[in-house]
Design a protein around this ligand. Structure first.
Ligand code: 523
Length: 130
């Protein structure tokens, strides 16, 4: 069976992490996530991340190093995060309910989607090092 990858971006600017608030599915409505989505056939994971961030946030980006563990999801999907730089554009929520920027101190109190909580220590470390 093919393992399908879901990619997500950790974008840090001026000591704050960009998070996006989901609208769907109902179980995740209102929760915050690292933006991203499923890798489509024929795409590399970093191609997919670039496409998703263009579609969802109207920004051009470049994926760098992986951050955090790979999280197994239902249906043979795995979720993986990349430290990502904005190359051009100002992010705006085209698909999400909102976007926000969060410091290391604010992050633990944010209502993250459960999968992304796995990355909390890595994200706090990246923010503190930035
Ligand atoms: N997650 C998740 N965290 C996270 C992302 C980007 C995705 O837990 N940071 C989960 C949510 C879904 C699955 O991964 O269960 C697919 O993500 P989704 O719905 O954002 O991917 P899309 O937008 O490619 O999916 P479609 O709406 O089906 O096109």
């Amino acid at each position: 069976m093919n393992v399908c990858v879901v990619v997500a971006a950790a974008i840090v600017v001026d000591g704050r992490l960009l998070l996006a608030q989901r609208r769907r599915p109902a179980a995740l409505d209102g929760l915050w996530e690292l933006p991203g989505g499923k890798v489509e056939p024929g795409e590399t994971p970093t191609d997919a991340l670039r496409r998703e961030l263009r579609e969802e946030l109207d920004i051009e980006t470049e994926a760098g190093e992986r951050i955090g563990v790979e999280v197994p999801l239902a249906d043979g999907l795995v979720l993986r995060a990349y430290l990502t730089e904005i190359v051009s554009g100002i992010p705006r929520a085209l698909d999400h309910a909102a976007i926000g920027w969060f410091s290391a101190a604010e992050l633990p109190a944010v209502d993250l989607v459960p999968n992304d909580r796995m990355w909390l220590p890595d994200l706090e470390r990246a923010l503190r090092a930035s």
